[in-house]
Design a protein around this ligand. Sequence first.
Ligand SMILES: [Zn+2]
Length: 283
Amino acid sequence: MTVKTTGIVLGQTPLSSRDRKLTLLTSDLGLIDVIAKGQKGGKNRYAAATEVLAYSEFCLFRGKTFYIVDAADLENNFFGLRQDLTALSLAGYFCELCRFVLPTAENGGDCLRLLLNTLYLLEQKKRSPAFLKAVFELRLLTLCGFAPDTGFCAFCGEEEGDGWYFLPAEGQLCCARCGTTLDGETLKMPLSPSIRTAITHITTVPDRRVFSFRLSPQGEAQLGLAAEAFALYHLGGRFPALDFYKTMAEPPASLPNLRKVPTNDTSQICQNPGTGQDPAPAG
Ligand SMILES: [Zn+2]
C-alpha cells in the first residue's frame, strides 16, 4: 500500500552506507520517520530529496515498522539558506522545534505551512531572522494549543493600559499596577502596547496574515525575548541549534531594560495594510 504526501526533511540518520532514516514533517501524516533505501554501489536515488530542509512530494510504501520512500520529487531545497550560516542555523532551530512538538495528522499541515513560509521569508531576506524566530515560536506553539492570553490583566481584568508585563510561565499579561504587587520570584517581562498587539496578531490571525506586520529593531528585540521565554518555558527542552544560532547572530542593537515598564510607544509596530503575506513556495 502506498500513500502520497508532501513533506520537508527535518533530520536524517544514516542506517548504512546506502540507507537513511528521515524524519519528515508532512502535510497529511504529521511527523513521521521514513526509510530511504539506496541502490547497489552506494548511490541514493533520492539524495537531493532526502537532504535536511528538502521539501518534496513523496510516494511512501508502508513497511512493517516504517514508511519506505517509493519515489520522491524535489520541489524546493532552500538552496539560498545553505549560503548563510546564520540563516541555516536558525532553520535548524525551526526543525528542532517542529520535531519537539510532535505534529499530528490534524495539525501537521498547518505546522508544515508555517515552516515553509518562514523558511521562504528567511531565504529571501524579506524579514529579519529575529522577527521570523519570534513569529515562528509563538505561532508554532499556538498551532499546538499553547497560545498566550493577551486580552487582559490576569489579576484585575484591566484591558487597556500603557504599561504591561508578560508572564511567560503563565502565558498571561499583567498590568503595570498589578505588576508592582508580584513577588520577586515571578518571571515578568515588560511589554509595550505595540508588542502586546504584535503577540495578539501572531496568535490569532489566519495563516496568510501571520507575517503581515513590521517592527522596529527594538520592537523585534522585545518580542524576541517574550517569544523565546514563552516557548522555552512551555516546551522545556534543550535546543542545541538555538545555542548555535545565538553564537552566529549579531546581538540586537539595544535590548530594553527588563525591569522597567516602558511608556506608551507606538513607534514599534505598524500594520502592513492590505498586502497580506508574501508569496510562498507552498500554500
Ligand atoms: Zn492588573
